[in-house]
Write a protein that binds this ligand. Structure first.
Ligand SMILES: [Zn+2]
Length: 185
């Protein structure tokens, strides 16, 4: 390789490196961009009987305060717990879907509700695994698995391992976090 060819070769290599770096950067930007806009989530819709794509509902504390009653805000946004045996939906046995009181996301089906005797509406599973998420709650010096709405991340209650078959789980949910919507059988 003579000097001139070596120079051309080196220039080409630098050019390729630049392209590679630039290409990677562009890809990185694209995926970042995707992350920012991918606020769509796949959840199950009881009314449609299928999975749907919907937007996440993310609001500031001030916005939530305007939308919710102070009792709802305390439970849904400050991880509060309503007093046992006070919830309106505790004894509800109608056929239908229990939705998030903050964003309307379907959370539980009446088919999965059972009487746990604890004083809070209890379900052995969510309407679909995608609709309810867990978050580790380290308050009160213990570790409990907190349940939150997958769409708006509002606090619903906690999940325990002493539920009935077929899951053995007990989703212990604040009635105030829920809105009941009757469905036709
Ligand atoms: Zn929600």
């Amino acid at each position: 390789m003579n000097r001139r060819n070596a120079l051309v070769f080196m220039t080409t290599q630098v050019g390729l490196l630049w392209l590679a770096a630039n290409g990677f950067a562009t890809n990185a930007n694209k995926s970042n961009h995707k992350m920012v806009t991918s606020e769509n989530i796949k959840i199950y819709s009881a009314e449609k009987g299928e999975y749907i794509l919907t937007n996440k509902v993310l609001k500031s504390d001030a916005e939530w305060k305007k939308l919710l009653t102070s009792e709802q805000y305390h439970v849904l946004r400050e991880e509060g717990t309503e007093r046992a045996f006070t919830g309106k939906l505790l004894k509800n046995k109608e056929y239908g879907v229990y939705r998030c009181a903050a964003c309307g996301n379907d959370l539980y089906h009446s088919n999965h509700k059972f009487d746990s005797g604890t004083g809070w509406p209890s379900y052995y599973q969510a309407i679909a695994a995608e609709n309810v998420s867990t978050r580790v709650d380290r308050s009160f010096f213990s570790i409990r698995n907190e349940l939150i709405c997958s769409r708006c991340e509002s606090h619903l209650g906690h999940v325990f391992d002493d539920g009935p078959a077929p899951t053995g789980k007990r989703h212990c949910i604040n009635s105030i976090s829920l809105i009941f919507h009757k469905l036709d059988k």
